[in-house]
Design a protein around this ligand. Structure first.
Ligand code: GAL
Length: 359
């Protein structure tokens, strides 16, 4: 959207790109460049028309991921509420293996799905995936793992029916850092060395969510004028068990010097909490812990004070946005090339209202 706005500001030609989605620009590559119904994809349905015979292929990078489980459950329910038939929605588990997922995408293409929603195993495979799907003239909605800027620019330059729906991970990292900053150095600096001594537990490092959360959580501290000391930075691959093990190791090695544990997501924060408890430490008393996602269990921990805070990764807005984008492609309305949403900082002040909103 930011890119789109700058184009709009810089050239009148961009008028034709408004909504990035206007049928002339966003119809399938082979479509005629006019505004008649012939320019719509073959599978187009009327706005508000019958979606019950439309086939949706969904690829999830790994079913065992807690957050993506919430996401795909909400996505399926919402697609059904829009009028898609449950029988025509197929969700494939990529099992964290790109070759497996690429094969699943190929099978969806062979099966003639009308639209694909893809959470790539490797964001770096996006160009290959896009080429396969666009060649088959199938609209494509990426979710959760954002392809790089060059890849997104390519969709726009080519006028392809491809978009990304997700949040800006920099925002989530910044919010994690702010939760710590708001405590004040006096409350954090248990060892009195004048710095915030922390350990970082990262998600899959191929993923921008992990890269940005790692960078921007710490940046929020230094931007606030705090000195920081990284005791350990380890990869836990978004996984609770790995998070627990890594934090147990770090607590064993650095003991009471660990003042803050940053986890790139809540699953790893739950593992960290277990390790912290096992080590006889107490969150809020002699250590702080933050995650991202706002899983129900973590919101409850935030209310209880056993986790300092988290950041709501709005799977409801994102899954609905992805389904709406799929419908917009099917109706020929088209989409912007980037559809964003906001994270929400979660502390004991608002954890209950986040829980209430999750139902
Ligand atoms: C992140 C989420 C993690 C994990 C990851 C998968 O946005 O916070 O928990 O699901 O996506 O790519």
């Amino acid at each position: 959207m930011k890119k789109l706005l700058s184009i709009l500001a810089s050239t009148l030609m961009a008028v034709s790109l408004i909504g990035c989605g206007s049928s002339t620009q966003d119809s399938a590559p082979a479509a005629a460049a006019d505004n008649s119904s012939a320019a719509e994809p073959a599978a187009a349905v009327e706005a508000g028309g019958d979606l019950s015979d439309k086939k949706v292929g969904v690829c999830i990078y790994q079913f065992s991921d807690n957050f993506m489980t919430l996401f795909r459950t909400e996505l399926e329910n919402y697609l059904v509420s829009l009028g898609f038939s449950k029988d025509n929605i197929t969700i494939a588990d990529g099992a964290n293996d790109q070759a497996t997922q690429t094969n699943q995408i190929q099978n969806f293409i062979t099966d003639g799905v009308d639209v694909l929603i893809i959470n790539p195993v490797n964001s770096s495979s996006a160009a290959t995936i896009t080429d396969m799907v666009v060649d088959a003239n199938i609209p494509l909605v990426y979710i959760n793992r954002e392809p790089d800027a060059d890849e997104e620019a390519r969709w726009e330059a080519q006028g392809w029916d491809v978009t990304y729906v997700g949040c800006d991970a920099r925002q989530s990292g910044t919010m994690q850092g702010e939760i710590i900053v708001d405590l004040g150095l006096d409350a954090i600096d248990f060892n009195g060395n004048g710095a915030v001594d922390y350990i970082m537990i990262e998600g899959d490092p191929e993923n921008v969510d992990a890269q940005y959360r790692t960078e921007f959580s710490v940046k929020a501290l230094t931007d606030a004028g705090l000195d920081v000391n990284c005791l350990s930075d380890q990869v836990g691959n978004w996984d609770q068990t790995q998070g627990q093990q890594l934090v147990a190791n770090a607590l064993g090695q650095f003991g009471n010097d660990v003042e803050v544990v940053f986890c790139n997501n809540d699953a790893m924060a739950l593992g960290a909490l277990q390790a912290i408890t096992d080590a006889g430490r107490t969150v809020g008393t002699d250590i702080y812990l933050v995650g991202v996602d706002a899983l129900t269990e973590v919101c409850e921990d935030v209310l209880a004070g056993t986790i300092t805070g988290t950041v709501f990764n709005d799977h409801i807005a994102q899954s609905h946005g992805a389904a709406d984008a799929a419908v917009n492609f099917l109706t020929g309305a088209g989409n912007d090339y980037y559809i964003g949403c906001d994270y929400v900082k979660v502390t004991s002040d608002n954890a209950q209202s986040i829980l209430d909103s999750l139902g």
